[in-house]
Every structure is written in structure tokens, then in C-alpha cells.
Design a protein around this ligand. Structure first.
Ligand code: AMP
Length: 418
């Protein structure tokens, strides 16, 4: 397999798929540029070699072309600053021929959001709500057809293909997987970030030192159900935190006030608990909560047993007893995976639980554990607490990371390895 380190990009045009899907505030300022910084080693190596960069990414979920809210123009200045060159911008990723041709060694061009085109994902757009199954199938076929032309066009810009977009590696999209077949094995490769991600996942999958503890936080059980089920056959301890806590608590008959809860997932929660028991997994749930009388940072708060949240109050973080219990389990672990905060960490008054988890992971890491932190919000957490360099690895992938942990071969990885 070709590797980026060995490849000399001098005089070559490189199509580099990155994941610049960074969070923006209402004024389109980047609120966390981790993903941009993560791609810099790859981009800089190519420029330093005297290569020409064609940088491609998606951002958000645009539904039309153009969809200005999701324009990559919002991040152009920041990318230029970080890269140390004046990055040019192609307003339309399908009409960049002239700009690509004009590139000189050491120059870079950022393509507009690939997902302005439905072909990037290969999913039909604009279907009427009452479309028949036949119409849906025809629309799907049509977009898959035009996806070939789209992919070919992107490939035509470059001499070589570098995939450094781990965040979308679980999607078989035009620029993340399909494009690879237009380049021979010597001219396609992972970027540095992707290489590191693949190595980190391998450690958690194939080199597990026990006990292995996963901490799953975040808001909803429904978005994490498959991952939780899969983790049950791998981990020794599964800590469930965040908003999911209350679905479990209610399922067991607890009082959760107005805490976030998925009422249609109560049976599922009980089923997961049963499965954990059958598999001998230690499922750890919060015992207390920091409850608030409104969903705001300035709400009045009280610490209550997790199953006795008063009417009109909601659990926005775990309480001190839970922090202690979680920390104990984590500190005794040798492999750790953390995805999702224990509470609404965006509010400063509800960060303690996530911070306690983060600190326990740091301590375990100091004592020789391998710790992998992944998922957009977990990354924001470790950055907020300033501990990103004190854990073994911070992944840039959310869904991609978790699918990889499930043992699935990700299309973006397979396309390079084939
Ligand atoms: P996810 O994207 O599923 O990982 O969820 C992350 C989000 O879950 C964050 O924005 C948190 O604010 C939110 N969250 C965590 N705990 C709670 C909670 N107890 N109530 C409401 N939202 C929560």
C-alpha cells in the first residue's frame, strides 16, 4: 500500500479529501477548529514537497446548490491562516478546471462544499413527500448514474488521491470512497490523520488490555443503540451517562421529572440491561443527578437521587456520587473508550461530570491505560478541559470511529486498501 510519507508530491496535483465539517456559530465563526488542525500535517507535507493541493470537504447537510449557510467560504480565511498560504476558492466543485489548471507548486485550492451536489452522497433530493416507491427507486437510480460523472470529474482534477477524512470514512460517498478507483494503487493513500486513526482503532479492537471500559454519553439512546449492543460483546464495563440515563431510569420505574427521555425506548433500555447481565458486562448507571429547574446555565440546581427528580426539574448532569463511581471504574481500566458527555457540558454549571470522567481517564492513561476519546462532543469536552494531550488518542471521527470499533470495514478505508 502507498503511504504518504514515502510519496513525493513534487509537481503533482493531489486531491485531498479532508473533513472540514467544523462547528460554526450564528455569525459563521468557527467554534472548534480541531478538524482543520488535524488535517494540517498532510496538507503541509504536500505543499512542502512542491505539490498542488485540491482540498475537498463537505459541511453540514445542505439541501440545495448553493446553500450559502453551508458554504466552505466561511472557513477559507482560517484554512489559509493555518496553512500559511493564500488558499484559492472554487465556487463550484464541478467547474474548477481552469483554477486547477492554474495551480502552481506550493499552491492550494479549496473546492466549495461537495454536498451542494446530491451526487456526493448519491442520495436523491427534492422527492415529493407522497412519492411512490417506484418514483423513489427511479430517483435513486438517476442520482447513482450521475454520481459516476460527478466522481470522474473530481478525479480528473488530480494525479493522486489522499483520503484524510476519517470523519466520513464510514460513508461510501463519491469523494470518500468511489473516487479511489480512478487512481492506481501507487497513487492513492491515507493522509497522516487517517493513518493515526486506523492505528488507534486497531489498538482498541485487536490489542485490548483488560479491563476495557466504554463510557457512552450524549443525548439519546436511539442514536447509540447499535453501538451499545456491539460494545456489549467487547467491553468489561459499560458506563451509560448523559441524557440516555433518564430513559434507563424511567424504564426501571424511577421518577425523572422533565429530564430528556425517549418513551418509546424504555423496553429497549431494559433489554440492553438484560443483555449486559447475560454477557457478564458491568453496566454502570448514574445514581444521582444535578437537577435544574430550567434548561439553562443559570437554572437553580439541586443534587438528587437519579430516580427521584422532582416534578418540573430535569437532570442536566450526573451528581457527585456518580462521579466517584464512574471514576473508580475508569481508573481501574486498561483500555478506555469515551464517547459523549455526561451532561449538558455546553453550560459551564453542568460540566463537572464530564470533567470528572476526563480527569479519571487522564489518570488511568498516566498509569498505562490506552485511552481513545471520540465523537464530536467528546472532542469539544477534552478541548474545553485542556486534557486533549493527556489521553492516548483523540479521534476526529464520531460515527466513523464507532462503526470502526464495531468491527465494520469502513468504505473510505477499504477503498484505499483494495
Ligand atoms: P450526542 O450528540 O448524542 O453525543 O449528544 C451530545 C449532546 O447531549 C450534548 O449537546 C449535550 O448537551 C447533550 N446532553 C448530555 N446530557 C444531557 C442531558 N442530561 N439532558 C439534555 N441533553 C444532554
Amino acid at each position: 500500500m502507498q503511504t504518504i510519507d514515502k510519496f513525493n508530491f513534487a509537481g503533482k496535483k493531489a486531491f485531498v479529501r479532508v473533513d472540514f465539517n467544523v462547528p460554526l456559530d450564528e455569525n459563521f465563526n468557527i467554534t472548534d477548529d480541531t478538524r482543520i488542525r488535524a488535517a494540517l500535517p498532510t496538507l503541509k507535507k504536500i505543499l512542502a514537497d512542491g505539490g498542488m493541493l485540491i482540498i475537498a470537504s463537505h459541511m453540514g447537510r445542505p439541501k440545495k446548490n448553493p446553500d450559502p449557510k453551508y458554504s466552505l467560504k466561511h472557513i477559507l480565511a482560517h484554512v489559509s491562516e493555518k496553512l500559511g498560504v493564500d488558499v484559492k476558492f472554487a465556487d463550484d466543485c464541478m467547474k474548477a478546471d481552469a483554477q486547477v489548471a492554474a495551480l502552481k507548486p506550493g499552491e492550494a485550492l479549496l473546492l466549495e462544499n461537495l454536498r451542494f451536489y446530491a451526487e456526493e452522497e448519491g442520495k436523491p433530493r427534492g422527492l415529493a413527500e407522497d412519492a411512490t416507491d417506484e418514483e423513489k427507486a427511479a430517483a435513486k437510480k438517476a442520482v447513482k448514474e450521475s454520481q459516476k460523472e460527478f466522481t470522474k470529474k473530481l478525479a480528473s482534477y488530480a494525479d493522486c488521491y489522499v483520503n484524510d477524512a476519517f470523519g466520513t470514512a464510514h460513508r461510501a460517498h463519491a469523494s470518500t470512497a468511489l473516487i479511489a478507483k480512478y487512481f492506481d494503487a501507487d497513487n492513492k493513500m491515507f493522509g497522516y490523520l487517517m493513518e493515526k486513526e486506523v492505528k488507534a482503532v486497531d489498538k482498541v479492537l485487536n490489542d485490548i488490555k483488560r479491563p476495557f471500559t466504554a463510557i457512552m454519553g450524549g443525548s439519546k439512546v436511539s442514536s447509540k443503540i447499535e453501538i451499545i449492543e456491539n460494545l456489549l460483546s467487547k467491553v468489561d464495563n459499560l458506563i451509560i451517562a448523559g441524557g440516555m440515563t433518564y430513559t434507563f431510569t424511567k424504564a426501571m420505574g424511577g421518577k425523572i421529572g422533565i429530564s430528556i427521555c425517549e418513551d418509546d425506548k424504555l423496553d429497549l433500555a431494559l433489554d440492553l440491561m438484560k443483555k449486559a447481565k447475560e454477557k457478564g458486562v458491568n453496566l454502570v448507571l448514574a445514581v444521582d443527578a444535578k437537577a435544574a429547574d430550567s434548561f439553562s446555565n443559570d437554572a437553580n440546581t439541586q443534587i438528587v437521587p437519579v430516580n427521584e427528580i422532582p416534578d418540573g426539574w430535569e437532570g442536566l448532569d450526573i451528581g457527585p456520587k456518580s462521579m466517584e463511581i464512574f471514576a473508580d471504574v475508569i481508573k481501574n481500566s486498561k483500555t478506555i473508550l469515551w464517547n459523549g458527555p455526561t451532561g449538558v457540558f455546553e453550560f459551564d454549571n453542568f460540566t463537572d461530570g464530564s470533567r470528572a470522567v476526563g480527569n479519571a481517564i487522564v489518570e488511568a492513561t498516566k498509569n498505562g491505560a490506552f485511552s481513545l476519546v471520540g465523537g464530536g462532543d467528546s472532542v469539544a469536552c477534552v478541548n474545553k478541559f485542556g486534557i486533549a494531550d493527556k489521553v492516548s488518542y483523540v479521534s476526529t471521527g464520531g460515527g466513523a470511529l464507532l462503526e470502526a470499533i464495531e468491527g465494520k470495514l469502513l468504505p473510505g478505508i477499504a477503498a484505499i486498501q483494495e
